[in-house]
Design a protein around this ligand. Structure first.
Ligand code: GLN
Length: 470
């Protein structure tokens, strides 16, 4: 039977109809991984116990259990803890760190009977937009192996796009689920801040981080989201997920005025406009709307995020976790372990973060950025209270770029996040769905369409996402 490019929905049908078993599915992906992963470097490790979990899922089904993820093979980003498995966050400093507990999302997925195939490559500590910052080598984009898959969840995007997993989990602090989804031609969801527990996610920027699914369809993103969401006593920022709200019959969508244009590839604009037209034909009213502070989301993010990064990475001192390098005294132990363990990008962010938090600069940078974020939040609330159900933009300003193209120019790399970060600083949910292609070197490179909705209105994202889906 043809198993290629299965969605969760289709795989679940096949499992229910007993046309395949979880073991068959798992073997199919393990074979694909063994053929493709050497070239793509998307998995850092394939789990030896994957087959065993598949056997277990099959016996649960044989006993009458059912569920949309029972026996579905998934991949997990290397910064989400699975008990007994290494979680290195793409860093040398955690090279041999074995998780001693399951992240809450993992507990939920295990409960649902998902099979974990392995852990996926990522930019070190999720710092980046290309996966080039991994201590374990770059991941290649399956669509064009000379190009990056995006980042930081590049491995999680590449395994789905390259058919080495049905779906995967990533984390999104400034766009790390949506931008790689866009560059690899799949769907990526960043849930509302507080909708999904961060317990067991190696923290990057704690006020911004959310775990989200990367999938082949909007339906699949919804399936995973419905399993992983919900209040968790281990993460005090989570809330009981509100259910049962109505979706407006005729929706109005907002395009931030003057924001989508500058520095954007022509094919991105063409496909964005074409998607807008398609949605209009389906009855959506789409207007350009004033969101005058959205352009400040990127500079604010690059103040707040490093501040939180420097704080979160302070715990990696060579004593409690991971790599230890001996020095003459304790201070030297710390500095040598950190100097050996962290790559260039985390070091850059630790220094930036320590600077913006230091006495005398805190008010000028950190506090100012928080104030401006307050204005962006106010703009968003105004648009939503004016009757707009969502704000739409492209996900990224261009298609996948060549490996090495932006690596030595951090600013051009940071500009990859221009459309995605506003959802993180405001906490609203956002999804990227495929919206066509840009041709480069004779290859059709995928592009993404981003939708942002009010807090806890993922249902609106799924509805518009399905209508926009290419
Ligand atoms: N590309 C962004 C950054 O480098 C976002 C990273 C993320 O979401 N983890 O910070």
């Amino acid at each position: 039977m043809e198993l290629n490019n299965l969605t969760i929905k289709r795989a679940d049908e096949l499992l229910r109809e007993r046309q395949v078993s979880a073991v068959d599915l798992t073997e199919y992906y393990l074979k694909n991984i063994s053929e493709k992963n050497r070239g793509l470097n998307a998995y850092l490790e394939v789990f030896e116990d994957a087959k065993l979990s598949a056997v277990e899922a099959d016996s649960r089904r044989a006993l009458g259990e059912d569920g949309p993820l029972l026996g579905i093979p998934l991949a997990i980003k290397d910064n989400i803890l699975i008990e007994g498995h290494i979680a290195s966050a793409g860093s040398k400093i955690l090279q041999n760190y074995k998780a001693v507990y399951d992240a809450t999302v993992i507990t939920k997925l295990k409960g649902a009977g998902a099979v974990f195939l392995g852990r996926t490559n990522m930019d070190e500590f999720a710092h980046g937009s290309s996966t080039e910052n991994s201590a374990y080598g770059v991941t290649r984009n399956p669509v064009d192996t000379d190009r990056v898959p995006g980042g930081s969840s590049g491995g999680s995007a590449a395994v789905v796009s390259g058919d080495m997993a049905v779906a995967s989990l990533g984390s999104d602090t400034g766009g790390s689920v949506r931008q790689p989804a866009s560059l690899c031609g799949i769907v990526g969801l960043k849930p509302t801040y507080g909708a999904v527990s961060r317990h067991g996610l190696i923290a990057m920027g704690s006020s911004l981080d959310q775990i989200g699914p990367l999938t082949k369809s909007v339906d699949d993103a919804e399936i995973i989201f419905n399993i992983i969401r919900g209040m968790d006593p281990m993460d005090s920022t989570t809330r009981e997920y509100p259910l049962g709200r109505d979706i407006p019959g005729k929706m109005k969508l907002a395009i931030p005025k003057g924001f989508v244009g500058k520095g954007v590839a022509p094919e991105v604009l063409e496909n964005f406009n074409a998607t807008v037209k398609r949605l209009q034909l389906k009855g959506y009213q789409i207007d350009e709307v004033e969101l005058s502070n959205i352009k400040y989301a990127l500079p604010c993010y690059y103040v707040i995020m490093p501040a939180e990064v420097s704080t979160n990475l302070a715990r990696f001192d060579g004593v409690r976790y991971g790599l230890h390098v001996d020095g003459a005294n304790l201070m030297e132990d710390y500095s040598k372990s950190r100097a050996h363990g962290f790559g260039a990008e985390p070091r850059r962010r630790i220094m930036l973060g320590a600077y913006v938090l230091s006495a005398g600069y805190y008010d000028a940078y950190y506090k100012k950025a928080q104030e401006v974020i307050g204005l962006i939040k106010r703009d968003f609330s105004k648009v939503f209270s004016d009757g707009y159900s969502a704000i739409i933009t492209p996900t990224a300003a261009g298609p996948a770029f060549k490996i090495g193209e932006k690596f030595s120019d951090p600013i051009s790399m940071y500009l990859e996040d221009v459309f995605t970060v506003s959802a993180n600083v405001t906490g609203v949910p956002a999804i990227s769905v495929p919206m066509g292609f840009a041709e480069r070197d004779g290859k059709k490179l995928p592009l993404g369409f981003q939708i942002m909705a009010p807090h806890f209105r993922e249902d609106i994202l799924f509805k518009i996402g399905r209508d926009a889906e290419f």
